[in-house]
Design a protein around this ligand. Structure first.
Ligand SMILES: *Cc1c(COP(=O)(O)O)cnc(C)c1O
Length: 420
């Protein structure tokens, strides 16, 4: 056996290798501030790039449809145990290929086509899978939305009134662009008042919840989903958790054979590694610092005269409102990219611009905190962001800041060339 199996990527496929090198260089020379991104550890990547990618393991531990699954069983069981320990729950499914797949399974398990679903409006910070019309969640189910108040915060009394009118079968709480703490206890009361199932999607905040730095959805939510690649800092993927045995059985059949075929065992192995990292004492310091860094970033932007939706942050992100500026979120994110700072344009509540341009940008602290950056660096970066936005047309200033960004990143790197 020789041919391709003996070769490293660089000699086996230089075309792909070169693209990877370019991505490595991009990640090492730009400030990663997309609120949904993070840097996994080399150990997570090693597990993800492992021989488990060769294995078919349809089914669940000890109930498989293929032979040779004893080690796949062990790794999946380990990932489940670690996840349940982190969040203090009884049942978990670690097979969802993504956060959206996890949410699809929740609906498939608990709703019939056409059933009523109440989730947060996409433009107000909700996710596509919370009932937005272009998503399966808005197409297959009868979806209704709640939003934030004029102050940018959830108003639980209003949400309760909407729930009483809609009488949904399921209420979704959780968000992709909401900078404030979500009160799961209040959502439980609302769900109880209309006999709805409460579903918490903690895709963004899970890493904070894991450290006790955000209120936990347990014991309030009937069912909880998350991505594993955002603040949880694991491989790309999803998970589903519950304390209800009946629900857990329905979820398992909704994932397999309902929505997915074979699980990505290599990704499950990487999830187990990431969960192991979260169970270390250092995780709490990380989560605390993520919040401190987002707060100081927001405070500095406010000092420099920028507006934040909700006026600040309780978590890992800020949502900057450009409503009083003569440029869009799209223009802002392009200018920042040219200055070596990666963020994303984001709709803000009441946005008059379309989703392709928007009047906001979302900025997160999770990835740079992983690199070891603290208050000092975040104040510096916040000022650079303001300098770019205050000089949105001045490409000379953008190029100059790009050099300063590169110099800063010289002192903070997680990977070396051996990592990929
Ligand atoms: C990111 C996100 C998802 C979807 O995750 P994917 O892995 O991109 O499918 C679901 N819900 C919320 C709240 C998210 O922020």
């Amino acid at each position: 056996m020789s041919f391709i199996h003996e070769k490293s990527l660089s000699s086996a496929d230089s075309e792909v290798f070169e693209i990877l090198e370019n991505e490595f260089n991009r990640q090492s020379t730009h400030l990663e501030m997309i609120a949904s991104e993070n840097f996994t550890s080399p150990a997570v990547m090693e597990a993800m790039g492992s021989i488990f990618t060769n294995k078919y393991a349809e089914g669940y531990p000890h109930k498989r449809y293929y032979g040779g699954c004893q080690f796949a069983d062990q790794i999946e069981q380990l990932a489940i145990e670690r996840l349940c320990k982190i969040f203090g729950c009884s049942y978990a499914n670690v097979q969802p290929h993504s956060g959206s797949q996890a949410n699809g399974a929740v609906y498939a398990a608990l709703l019939q086509a056409g059933d009523k679903l109440l989730g947060m409006d996409l433009q107000h910070g909700g996710h596509l899978t919370h009932g937005a019309k272009p998503s399966f969640s808005g197409k297959n189910y009868h979806s209704f939305t709640y939003g934030v108040d004029i102050d940018g915060r959830m108003n639980y009394e209003k949400i309760s009134e909407i729930a009483k009118i809609v009488r949904p079968k399921i209420i979704v709480c959780g968000a992709s662009a909401y900078a404030r703490e979500i009160d799961f206890k209040k959502f439980r009361e609302i769900a109880d008042s209309v006999n709805a199932i409460l579903f918490a999607d903690i895709a963004h905040i899970a890493g904070l919840v894991a450290a006790g730095e955000h209120m936990s959805p347990f014991p309030y939510a009937d069912i909880v989903t998350s991505t594993t690649h955002k603040t949880l800092r694991g491989p790309r993927g999803g998970v589903i958790m519950t304390n209800n045995e009946e629900i857990s059985k329905k979820i398992n059949s909704a994932i397999f054979p309902g929505l997915q075929g074979g699980p990505l065992v290599h990704v499950i192995a990487a999830k187990a590694v990431a969960f192991g990292e979260i169970l270390q004492p250092a995780w709490s310091d990380y989560a605390k610092q993520v919040k401190i860094n987002a707060k100081i970033l927001g405070d500095t932007l406010l000092q420099r005269g920028f507006k934040l939706v909700s006026g600040g942050t309780d978590n890992h992100l800020v949502l900057v409102s450009l409503i009083d500026k003569d440029f869009s979120g799209e223009e802002a994110s392009v200018a920042l990219e040219n200055a070596g700072i990666t963020v994303n344009k984001n709709s803000i509540p009441g946005d008059l611009r379309p989703a392709s341009s928007t009047s906001g940008i979302r900025i997160g602290s999770a990835a740079l905190t992983t690199l070891g950056m603290r208050e000092k660096e975040f104040i510096f970066i916040a000022h650079k962001i303001c300098d770019v936005l205050d000089n949105i047309k001045n490409t000379h200033i953008h190029a100059q800041i790009k050099e300063e960004v590169k110099a800063l990143l010289n002192d903070f790197s997680v990977y070396n060339h051996a990592t990929y």
